[in-house]
Ligand binder design. Structure first.
Ligand code: ATP
Ligand code: MG
Length: 615
């Protein structure tokens, strides 16, 4: 798409990349050998909490800060007491031990489901590791969900215990509590800064106060031997393409977490690392709870929501070295321009990574200019449990490409045949479905209560080998770089061509007036589908008919007539999931006047694709 590759350029004065030579490491990588980097339990068991916390708490990192929590008012040297909380690895060991012991005292059995519905507060992380120690399944939910989506997920996930805050309890759990007979215990975290003064909800049977519960429990706990196939984490997908699915992961996933943290995110022990994702999404757990700690870093947790000035302050003041975020945030930073960045010293920053949606080449090039280092796009899904395709620190970045498969992961472009089998396409530059050879450590083991659906995700090739089908279309170039085309559901069939929305959107955002774009297919008698684009403009631009004409010409010159949108609407915002993904299915439904389907993960504050002129 006309963007030159960005040569590998380790930042001067910074640690050398963990993955020094992609080709060599990929050729020789073996999971059983990689497993030696983990400690394992004395009897050979494998438990995520042991690898992330206990092993460090017993060793040289015991007094290193594992979690530095920044409350909403926790920035700067004059933050009020309690607005910043630091937990060392030893603290996290003791606190998670207390919660594990408390679960045992409540009669919670291994395998029971413990849910979290919390803003990003320190107790959430303690609860996660406490549950994992106990061999319960931990399932973090995004705290901005309304009561109904929460009830749906608690029900589907068969929740036995829920950890939440007092505020959320009153607003969201009380109204649904009697719909959830299986929910035996709700543990309520009191507000640390503004106690409500209202009678505590703990007078309700089955409702417990966090502090009383963990305060009474012992702070030593030996993690029972854990079979690596023991269920550990339950994550709901983002609901971008339909009703969210609950993907179940096992303790063995920690091997992928650890390896990808090291090879794909380039985490070095002792690094200051910031993952901006909420644990309610898989990124915020795999790379916001587990992988950073198995790799011995100091992990920042920001309680507050996205804010340009705040983010640059955090990066500078906390001397962040590795930063993992998402395209939607990067586009918002682009939209804010470079002014808020002026004077921020980001010289500590070594590695920037992005996931969740396709990262427009424009954003990669912009970040390289703005931060002196480009964002490294990587691809994975709730189902894969960890990063599968990535741009690595030691490899040239091709803007617009998701990178190359993780060492140990065999990816392929496949065609699904009529008989249900798949054919691996060896020829480069051919579009097809992105598939992964089944059996990597963090592969999901089930969709809860949807066995048939789970089975349908896998298919065999002519040699009988089993592949996981991602549902995403992609192509691989001759050098092995993967290029995202679109979700299978979003691909547009127009006048005999298959068009991926990402390519069209990326061209539109290259135009200086456009900050964000979404492209859908709209049924048309002649063309099959005609391409319709929705664009959001940078500040200071107006959605005049001249601009729309200019954009059409701009797109046509770069994409050719077949892939050029026929219609462009200038809108104020795009409908997105709460994790920031553009929901094209909703744009399509609204455009065609069809039912909207599951909107439980829809972000509320964006009024959909309203035309600028409508508002
Ligand atoms: P649902 O499955 O409920 O529709 P979802 O697929 O958005 O939601 P996630 O598992 O959170 O749920 O997201 C994974 C998907 O996000 C991928 O299948 C892909 O479509 C998209 N994605 C993630 N990372 C990238 C990336 N780097 N480039 C392009 N697409 C990406
Ligand atoms: Mg999905």
């Amino acid at each position: 798409m006309g963007f030159a590759p960005i040569p590998k350029a380790p930042r001067e004065g910074h640690a050398a990349p963990n993955l020094d030579d992609y080709d060599r490491v990929s050729a020789t990588f073996r999971w059983d050998e990689a497993e030696r980097a983990l400690e394992h339990q004395p009897g050979g068991g494998l438990n995520i909490a042991h690898e992330a916390v206990t092993r460090h708490a017993r060793g040289a990192r015991a007094q290193q800060v594992a979690i530095r929590w920044l409350g909403k008012d926790g920035l700067g040297a004059d933050a009020p007491p309690g607005a910043r909380v630091e937990l060392t690895y030893a603290d996290l060991e003791r606190e998670s031990a207390r919660f594990a012991n408390a679960l045992a005292a409540l009669g919670v059995a291994p395998g029971d489901r413990v849910f979290g519905l919390c803003p990003r507060v320190p107790e959430l992380y303690v609860a996660a590791f406490g549950a994992l120690r106990h061999r319960a399944v931990f399932s973090p939910l995004f705290s901005a969900f309304g009561p109904d989506p929460i009830a749906q997920r608690l029900e589907l996930g068969d929740a036995r215990v829920l950890v939440t805050t007092e505020r959320l309890y009153r607003r969201k759990i009380e109204p649904i509590r009697d719909r959830l007979p299986a929910l035996a215990h709700v543990v309520v975290i009191g507000d640390r800064r503004e106690p409500s003064g209202a009678p505590t909800p703990t007078s309700t049977p089955g409702t417990l106060d966090w502090r009383a519960l963990v305060g009474d429990a012992s702070d030593t706990h030996a993690i029972p031997e854990t079979d690596p196939e023991t269920p550990a984490l339950l994550h709901f997908t983002s609901g971008t393409t339909g009703t969210p699915k609950g993907a179940l992961h096992v303790h063995r996933a920690v091997l992928t977490h650890h390896v990808t943290g090291s090879l794909a995110l380039d985490l070095h022990p002792g690094d200051v690392y910031w993952c901006t994702a909420d644990p309610g999404w898989v990124t915020g757990t795999s790379y916001g709870i587990v992988a950073p700690l198995t790799n011995g870093v100091t992990m920042l947790i920001d309680e507050a929501d996205f804010d340009v000035a705040r983010w640059y302050r955090i990066l500078a003041e906390e001397k962040v070295q590795v930063w993992y975020t998402a395209p939607t945030a990067i586009r918002m930073l682009m939209r804010a321009g470079l002014e808020p960045l002026a004077g921020a010293d980001l010289s500590a920053l070594r590695f920037l990574a992005s996931v969740g949606e396709p990262l427009n080449p424009e954003a990669v090039v912009w970040s390289h200019a703005a931060f002196g280092a480009p964002f490294h796009d990587n691809w994975w899904q709730t189902e894969t449990g960890g990063i599968m395709v990535a741009n690595y620190a030691s490899m040239e970045v091709r803007p617009g490409s998701m990178g190359r498969p993780l060492p140990g992961i065999e990816a392929a472009i496949v065609e699904v045949l009529d008989d249900g089998r798949v054919k691996v396409i060896d020829a480069p530059d051919t579009e097809g479905q992105l598939a992964l050879r089944a059996g990597w450590p963090s592969m999901f083991r089930a969709y809860v209560n949807a066995e048939e659906r789970y089975r349908k995700c896998f298919a065999r090739d002519e040699a009988g080998d089993e592949w996981y089908l991602s549902g995403d279309l992609s192509r691989r170039d001759a050098d092995g770089y993967y290029w995202f085309v679109g979700r299978a559901d979003d691909v547009i069939k127009s006048a005999g061509h298959l068009i991926g929305p990402f390519e069209v959107e990326s061209v539109l955002v290259e135009h200086p007036a456009v900050v964000e774009a979404a492209v859908i297919g709209k049924p048309d008698e002649v063309a099959g589908d005609l391409i319709k684009a929705f664009v959001v403009l940078h500040r200071g631009h107006e959605g005049t008919s001249e601009l729309v004409k200019e954009l059409l010409g701009f797109a046509r010159a770069r994409l050719g007539p077949a892939a050029t949108p026929r219609e462009i609407d200038v809108v104020q915002g795009l409908p997105k999931t709460r994790s920031g993904k553009i929901m094209r299915r909703l744009l399509r439904a609204r455009e065609l006047g069809l039912p909207e389907g599951d909107t439980s993960t829809l972000e509320e504050d964006v009024g959909g694709a309203k035309k600028e002129s409508d508002s």
